[in-house]
Design a protein around this ligand. Structure first.
Ligand SMILES: Cc1cc2nc3c(=O)[nH]c(=O)nc-3n(C[C@H](O)[C@H](O)[C@H](O)COP(=O)(O)O)c2cc1C
Length: 363
């Protein structure tokens, strides 16, 4: 991600209804274009570095049809980039669903609109229902990443090769390939991936500028960076953090427990878990209940719940551990982001983890 701040910040999931929190509270995120744009512009003005959308083709049913309303991410990012100044916007691309020649051009278009601020989040897909809807069969896990490797090789060749070329791979046989224009300013878009399995992480380490992970331990982060080093590369490690920041710790905890646990979309959570093969039948009742609770309260993301001092201190701790940044998740970004920007960002500036938004133009 562009910029010099030691700790970079982004917003995750603005393009989807409910964002990334499975709650039934009426103020849950709309995912509308208007709300996406307003919040992205506010984030841009505050010096936040990036917005990262979620590629979702079908909701999860339940009480709220979690993520059932979702704007397509490359077109969404292009719109955001046209109407902001400094913030980066990612497009999240399911490689099995987009032909690389078409996707490379869509992304170059976004990159030109944003004068170099577009980034690619490359995902292989995991949600069976989405693939059924498209009539496409998912490959087994290892082949998914072999396919992703070839797909990205094609895209990078399209972005960089000035001449016409042929591509002969296991999955793509392409002849007389040509693509103009090249990415804006002669620099390729930043590429990120959120591989979690060993194969997924290896893919990210070999190919990507940024790895998003759920495993937020210093050891894990150092290991990923060391692995990248062995490939002669550097990789920045990021994570996602569910944020409830309020004037007092008690208020934050109370709202978190209300919105995220008490008013969780339990039928939606059960549907999401079932896609991953997690049911009371496969797991046993007790373990399933534990999984359900974990899914409601964090779903692998970190919890940044507390008053501004606590949230800033926790972000500082993550930075100390070697993380390059965090993509924030909120119940209602429009209502909650201003308080975060007014209270947490100045604290991070005082800790020398970030410069003020006035310096955003230097990025
Ligand atoms: C920050 C982040 C963004 C993600 N975005 C998407 C997405 O937009 N669409 C999707 O289907 N999966 C998305 N995922 C899920 C990952 O692609 C999924 O966890 C990954 O497939 C797991 O890695 P594995 O294949 O190595 O097991 C995201 C995960 C993270 C952490």
């Amino acid at each position: 991600v562009r910029g010099n701040n030691r700790l970079k910040l982004g917003l995750f999931g603005l393009n989807c209804s409910s964002g990334n929190i499975m709650t039934t509270v009426p103020e849950r995120w709309s995912g509308s274009w208007e709300d996406s744009l307003n919040v992205s512009q506010a984030a841009d003005a505050a010096g936040i570095e990036f917005v990262l959308p979620i590629a979702r083709w079908k909701g999860f049913g339940g009480e709220t049809d979690y993520q059932g309303t979702a704007l397509e991410t490359i077109t969404w990012a292009t719109g955001i980039l046209a109407r902001t100044r400094n913030i980066m916007a990612f497009g999240t691309v399911h490689v099995p669903l987009f032909h690389p020649v078409i996707a490379a051009k869509q992304m170059v278009t976004a990159h030109h609109v944003g004068e170099g601020r577009f980034g690619l989040n490359i995902v292989c897909g995991w949600n069976e229902g989405e693939f059924d809807m498209l009539g496409i069969e998912q490959r087994d896990h290892e082949s998914r990443y072999r396919y992703a490797q070839e797909w990205l090789d094609v895209v990078r060749a399209l972005w960089s090769n000035p001449d016409e070329f042929d591509f002969a791979g296991d999955f793509f046989q392409l002849r007389n390939v040509k693509a103009l224009p090249k990415p804006f300013g002669g620099r390729q878009p930043i590429v990120m991936n959120a591989g979690f399995s060993p194969t997924g992480q290896d893919f990210a380490i070999r190919n990507c500028d940024a790895l998003f992970t759920f495993a937020n331990t210093a050891g894990h982060i150092a290991q990923a960076k060391a692995k990248a080093g062995r490939h002669g590369r550097t990789v920045d490690v990021y994570t996602i953090g569910k944020t409830v920041c309020r004037p007092s710790a008690a208020e934050a905890r109370e709202y978190h427990d209300y919105a995220v646990v008490e008013r969780a979309d339990w039928p939606g959570i059960d549907n999401l878990l079932a896609v991953r093969g997690i049911t009371p039948e496969t797991l046993g009742a007790a373990e399933f209940e534990e999984f359900r609770m974990q899914t409601a309260s964090a779903r692998g993301s970190l919890a940044l719940v507390g008053d501004p001092d606590t949230v800033a201190a926790e972000l500082a701790r993550l930075c100390e551990m070697g993380l390059a940044g965090v993509a924030l998740i909120m119940v209602d970004y429009a209502a909650e982001l201003p308080f975060f920007c007014d209270e947490v960002l100045p604290r991070l500036e005082r800790m020398n983890l970030r410069a003020g938004p006035a310096n955003a133009a230097n990025r």
